[in-house]
Design a protein around this ligand. Sequence first.
Ligand code: UDP
Ligand code: MG
Length: 313
Amino acid sequence: MIRLAIVSPCYNEEAVLEKSAERLTALLDELVGKGTISRNSFMLFVNDGSRDRTWTIIERLYRENKYVKGLDLTRNVGHQSAIMAGMLTAKDMADGVITIDADLQDDLNAIPKMLEEYEKGYDIVYGVKVLRQADPLLKRMTAQAFYRLQSKMGIESIFNHADFRFMSRKALQILSQYQERNLYLRGLIPMIGLPSTTVDDIISEREGGVSKYTFGKMLGLALDGITSFSIKPIYGIIYLGLIFLLIALCIGIYVLHALLAGTAVPGWASLILSIWVTGGFLMIAVGTVGLYIGKIYREVKHRPLYNVKTMLE
Ligand code: UDP
Ligand code: MG
């Protein structure tokens, strides 16, 4: 029987917290009753520096509800780091951890399915949004465009998956070896390499409160998602430089033609040519320096070279 931890990041969630705890309690009761999870399974609410009564509510839930645990962060560190804090804290107290947003927009029916997959031997189970009707159109479109851009950049990530997932203790142990600061879990977790699968997640409306993902936070996450995993943009600069030199060549031919035909204005040729030639060389130079920085950046991340699946001794 698995000891399950449900980790939920909360930032100014006073409007939904009680309701969420109630629904999760009913689910845990049911799973304990069926003998799927052990009696000492729990939910861990991570208070990500909320400015409202979120922590007071967590404290009260902790006193009244045997499943509830709480973790209070000193300040707002953002969704990704808050989830990481919760997972690393729960890791040594549970056999597996499910992360789910506090607003419970994700599908609770997916949780028993995730546990079934774990029993089958999967260490990571991703919740994949099949219907996003409840998400605003703009959000749906930008999110999906972003997932596509990511895969173009060669980043391995799960389409339409947003941090609603199950991870076994073994997977968490490996995740804790990744020490990077610019956290983008959706890109990092597939790198773990343990057996993984997906279950359907039907998104519903927020129970209350408003979205905590401001446009700025979303843009920040998207930029982290690309720049923490891909150095392709640097190659982009070099290619642009090469294109500039190509244009310079075309202009050179045109200038030569103008000189021979006697239609050239004095001074124009040297000026226009040097702009494109210098521009091209500058971009190639910047891109080359960028490549070295790209290598330094891979070194400083100190990511594990390999992760062990099994060792027979
Ligand atoms: N969240 C957090 N820290 C932040 C912003 C958000 O812990 O700085 C939490 C928030 O409380 C929620 C989850 O991250 O549990 C996802 O946020 P939200 O539901 O507002 O995003 P959306 O579903 O609109 O993308
Ligand atoms: Mg939400």
